[in-house]
Design a protein around this ligand. Structure first.
Ligand code: ATP
Length: 557
């Protein structure tokens, strides 16, 4: 009995002993957890206080925000592009859009306003909650393993740090990218031309599917540990039904055809000095500042786009305010121009008087950007058939970019001049090879040979006849060897460049004529089909022997 009692006591003591040990262990564990929780809470409270203090500090609204256009009406000079943007996005069936144009002319400003405009339309499918998600293609980096992709989305696999309770349970977690965040709204992808080709392909797939399918080696459709919503996301994809608005400063041919064919293409044009002045004047008004006479002219002389105009105004405003003034002086703006090392905008000027062998051609020098281009010709009589043809100033080879592919294009200017000579030979009944002919393209602009044909023809014709070319006329068109005037590309920016430079008449191929040219003030656009129609009009009449010969040929001026 005693024996049994003794054993029972020993066992009880052992149990109590282990009970105390285990109890102490758990108590310590709890205490450790408790104290780490208290430490975390203390740390978090400290951090929250720091964040609150940071939030309490706020500077005044940046000037750039203050002057940013708040409505379409405040975007200067882009009425046509905005009309197209509205048509593409504010109707019952919004489309994907690509915005082309030089930097700082209002592409981003217009894109930011278009969703609000669309929401006001009763026909629009964009709901009240539709989001405008903005991302820059140059920063939308992704890594090849797909761990992080801010544009398309990625899967957070359980092996990665910070995978949380789901990660600890071995569950892969799909993380939405910008395409999903923009679901039901607009995804604005700035600098879309810089997007990596792999991401571009993924984006095209999303546009097609209107959802994103993500993959993970850790996902199994049969895994019972994976929660239902994650099965759903892997099997049905993350929603990504949005409208894309991509903006780029690249020309259309540098964007993938597969993207272009899915989008409406809209062109923003470069701003003219009068528009730059208006943007600067509006910015000054918003800032509540006055400007001395001549200030806006300085801005228009140096700023080539809206952003530069606004930046110049901001700095001049800062200078004036720092000196306690509410007015901006010409000297302030000139100081800003010299500090920012702005170059004066090259002036597009027509020749000042009719000149023999000098014609004004037109070229495209950027997306939706036209320029005038002087073409010179000189002719010196030579022994019969002994003349030589010299062509100078032509950029012989041009490198064209094509996303990863670059190729060189031989200038076609030389063959264009030769075509023109053949056409003139038939028309003039003179032999150009009886003259030493020199055709020069000053300025080193890459000349798209065929479209310069009409201006070359006029310059050479003038040089051969000695009759000056009307200096207020500009010419564009390809000339066939039979003297027909064929259509060319970029007609609208070319005509606009001529009008801006002050041309009174612009001769263009008949097939290129558009109704909108009738609205130009002070410039008449004349559609022509044959070289004969042009030479009759383009040369200034005179009583020279050449003029008399032309009269005899029935080409009298
Ligand atoms: N046409 C314009 N009318 C009024 N303000 C303009 C215009 N263009 C530019 N601005 C001013 O310049 C700022 C920058 O323009 P925005 O960002 O729209 O240019 P962007 O064409 O998108 O250029 P980027 O390709 O460099 O982004 C605007 O916030 C606005 O203050």
């Amino acid at each position: 009995m005693d024996e049994v009692f003794r054993w029972t006591t020993v066992l009880t003591l052992v149990q109590v002993f282990f009970g105390v040990i285990i109890g102490l262990y758990f108590w310590n564990l709890l205490r450790a957890q408790q104290s780490s929780r208290v430490a975390l809470r203390r740390e978090s409270a400290h951090e929250l206080e720091r964040i609150r203090k940071l939030r309490a500090i706020s500077l005044s609204e940046p000037l750039a925000e203050k002057v940013r256009p708040q409505s379409f009406a405040e975007i200067v000079g882009q009425e046509e592009a905005i009309k197209a943007l509205r048509a593409a996005l504010c109707g019952p069936h919004p489309q994907h859009v690509l915005l082309y144009g030089p930097p700082g002319v209002g592409k981003t400003a217009a894109a930011r306003l278009v969703l609000e405009e669309a929401k006001r339309s009763p026909l629009s499918p964009f709901g009240k909650e539709a989001k405008f998600v903005e991302i820059d293609a140059t920063t939308a980096r992704f890594d090849e393993r797909g761990i992080a992709d801010p544009l398309i989305g990625s899967v957070h696999d359980p092996i990665y740090q910070g995978a949380g309770p789901l990660g600890m349970a071995g569950v892969p977690q799909p993380k939405p990218g910008a395409v999903t965040k923009a679901h039901g709204g607009i995804l604005f992808l700035d600098e879309i031309g810089e997007l990596h080709p792999i991401q571009m392909n993924k984006l095209l797939k999303v546009l097609e599917d209107r959802r994103v399918f993500l993959e993970s080696a850790y996902y199994s459709p049969d895994d019972p540990n994976i929660p239902a919503h994650i099965h759903d996301l892997f099997q049905n994809g993350l929603p990504a039904d949005f409208r894309l608005v991509g903006a780029t400063t690249r020309p259309p041919e540098e964007l993938p055809p597969a993207l272009r064919s899915r989008c409406v293409e809209i062109f923003f044009r470069p701003l003219v000095p009068e528009e730059i002045k208006l943007i600067a004047a509006n910015a000054l008004k918003r800032l509540g500042l006055k400007a001395e006479e001549g200030v806006l002219e300085v801005v228009a002389k140096y700023a080539t786009n809206g952003r530069e105009a606004v930046n110049m105004v901001q700095l001049a405003a800062g200078l004036a305010l720092a000196e306690g003034r509410k007015d901006i002086r010409v000297a302030d703006m000139e100081w800003v121009a010299s500090l920012g090392q702005y170059d004066p905008r090259p002036e597009q000027r027509l020749p000042t008087q009719p000149t023999v062998g000098l014609a004004v051609g037109l070229a495209v020098c950027g997306p939706n950007q036209g320029t005038i281009l002087e073409i010179e010709a000189a002719a010196v009589p030579r022994a019969r058939g002994k003349g030589r043809l010299v062509i100078t100033g032509v950029v012989e080879e041009e490198e064209l970019g094509q996303r990863g592919r670059r190729f060189r294009r031989k200038s076609t200017a030389r063959s264009s001049v030769e075509n023109v000579l053949t056409a003139l030979r038939a028309l003039l009944r003179v032999e150009p090879m009886d003259y030493d002919l020199h055709v020069n393209f000053p300025g080193g602009v890459p000349v798209d040979g065929p479209s310069a044909g009409l201006a070359v023809a006029v310059a050479v014709y003038s040089a051969l006849t000695g009759l000056p070319v009307d200096h207020r006329s500009a010419f564009t068109g390809e000339v066939s060897i039979h003297g027909q005037v064929k259509p060319v590309g970029g007609i609208v920016p070319k005509v606009m460049a001529a009008a801006r430079a002050g041309a009174r008449r612009v001769f263009i191929p008949r097939e290129n004529y558009q109704q909108l040219f009738q609205e130009l003030e002070g410039t008449t656009v004349i559609p022509v089909s044959h070289l004969e129609e042009v030479v009759k009009e383009a040369l200034v009449a005179g009583d020279s022997p050449a003029a008399r010969t032309l009269s005899a040929l029935g080409l009298g001026l």
